[in-house]
Design a binder for this molecule. Structure first.
Ligand code: 5AD
Ligand code: SF4
Length: 469
């Protein structure tokens, strides 16, 4: 049994001592025909971790099910970024407990992901949720098969707080899509923005070897994938933890040269977004003109308290450079309102930046104090009602600009990679433009998986409609 330790999780070793461990997949029939159900919360990193977990489970003989009531194993891959995720997870665990009591007493319940890295969560599980079989963390996902084979019927907690290694699991993933794939390029984050729990739950920045990444992309291309998204909490930092590694700009360029049709990346921090990166994005047609560039706040005072390492002026300078150098680039952002001590003036600075940037879209959040982070200790006397009002005002503005940016697509012809059946109309397909606009397309279903030219017939705030001529 290993439980999380926040102080240990905070430690950063300056030495470049990452070990690359090539994991052999465990393949056997221990669970032949048993059914698994995975529920994933949170970011793309978690979504991709769940693809790895699904791969490991299928190697043990498990088959997927969409119905949690008929599952033999339910796994929750959790997110710790805001408090509301916590409530959702414990609500869902209640349903799992019910199934174990009433339907299947042999049900295996596992919890992993970022919440498993929080001491308070694990303490709560150990005292009140003993019906759970296994809790494991973000650093030892690859050990799941071993843990499952040693289950005793009693709660087992296996959470490491600080592991500096990179585990290469090869082609163990069961990817959710046949056309678009996530590719991790690095793990962890060393930025320690004061509100954020990620540097504690995901650990130190560790880059994968560029050869391993490029090999993975090459294979995906050979297997018919049309799009890859390079994943990291802060991709600009790629390679900086090693003396012998290329920069992110170079990695992006090498990925583009493989010739896969579409290359994307998330997330880039505005700090250290180099000219070299901008030039590479502008140069290659298969690097998509779309950038998610979190602002968090427009107020210099709040940015400093957040530890974001840029001012409003620096952010706008970068934003304008991106807009001028990358043809038709679309830019989205993340914004937090109600950070401790945020005044009406600070908030208006955020609105000013939004008015200047006219974002294509944004994710907006009310500040949520996370235990163990510096911001959770800061004096915060803004009433929740005021924060909610700010969020509402911000969202109105964001929606207005996102609608305006979508209207510009009306009657235009755009390229869309058709990846799914439309959520709104099962006779239509859906997919994204180069600029990451969601389009519902009236076309023949044989086009699924293709990049097609679509004429936009209608534009709403959050999606476009189109048809194939
Ligand atoms: N409270 C509210 N929002 C947060 N985010 C990260 N931490 C917090 C927090 N404590 C937001 C940031 C980040 C996005 C993924 O989640 O905007 O970019
Ligand atoms: Fe969190 Fe900041 Fe790292 Fe993003 S860059 S994961 S907001 S600490």
């Amino acid at each position: 049994m290993k439980t999380p330790d926040m102080l240990e999780a905070k430690k950063r070793c300056k030495d470049n001592n990452t070990e690359f461990i090539y994991v052999n997949p465990i393949i056997n029939n221990s669970y032949d025909g048993k059914k698994y159900y995975i529920r994933t919360y949170g970011c793309q990193m978690n979504v991709h971790d769940s693809e790895e977990i699904a791969g490991m489970l299928e190697n043990l003989g498990f088959v997927p099910t969409e119905e949690m009531e008929e599952a033999d194993l339910i796994l929750l891959n959790t997110c710790a970024i805001r408090e509301n995720a916590h409530e959702k997870v414990f609500g869902f665990l209640g349903r799992c407990k019910h199934i174990k009591e009433k339907i299947n007493k042999d049900l295996i319940i596992c919890l992993c992901g970022c919440m498993a890295q929080e001491k308070s969560v694990v303490d709560e599980i150990m005292s009140k949720h003993k019906y759970i079989d296994l809790v494991f963390g973000t650093h030892n996902i690859h050990e799941l098969p071993g843990y499952l084979m040693q289950l005793t019927g009693k709660l087992d907690v296996e959470v490491l707080s600080n592991d500096e290694n990179v585990y290469e699991v090869g082609e163990t993933f069961v990817r959710a899509s046949k056309y678009t794939a996530w590719v991790n390029i690095m793990y962890g984050c060393d930025k320690f923005c004061t509100y954020c729990i990620v540097p504690y739950t995901r650990g130190k920045e560790r880059s994968r070897k560029s050869q391993d990444i490029l090999k993975e992309v090459q294979k995906l291309k050979e297997n018919g994938y049309k799009e890859v998204t390079l994943l990291g909490q802060n991709v600009n930092a790629y390679g900086r933890d090693r003396d012998d590694e290329i920069s992110f700009a170079k990695l992006l360029e090498e990925t583009a040269k493989i010739g896969i049709e579409r290359v994307r990346f998330v997330t880039s921090h505005p700090w250290n977004f180099t000219d070299e990166m901008i030039d590479v994005i502008a140069k290659y047609d298969n690097i998509m003109p779309y950038i998610h560039l979190p602002l968090q706040s427009g107020s210099d005072r709040i940015l400093k308290l957040m530890g974001r390492r840029y001012t409003q002026e620096e952010y706008l300078e970068l934003f304008n450079k991106l807009k001028s150098k990358i043809k038709d680039v679309s830019i989205t952002t993340d914004i937090i309102v109600g950070f401790p001590g945020e005044t009406e003036e600070d908030f208006e600075e955020t609105l000013n930046v939004v008015n200047k940037c006219k974002y294509d879209g944004a994710f907006t959040f009310i500040f949520s104090p996370r235990v163990g982070t510096p911001a959770a200790e800061m004096k915060d006397d803004t009433p929740m009602g005021v924060k909610e009002d700010r969020l509402h005002r911000l969202n109105e503005l964001i929606n207005q600009y996102s609608n305006e940016s979508n209207q510009k697509y009306l009657n235009k012809k755009v390229k869309v990679l058709l990846t799914d059946y439309s959520d709104r109309d099962k006779y239509k397909l859906s997919g994204y433009t180069d600029t990451m606009k969601l389009v519902n397309v009236d076309c023949d279903e044989s086009l699924l998986g293709e990049i097609v030219e679509v004429t936009i017939t209608d534009a709403k705030s959050f999606s476009l409609d189109g048809k194939v001529e």
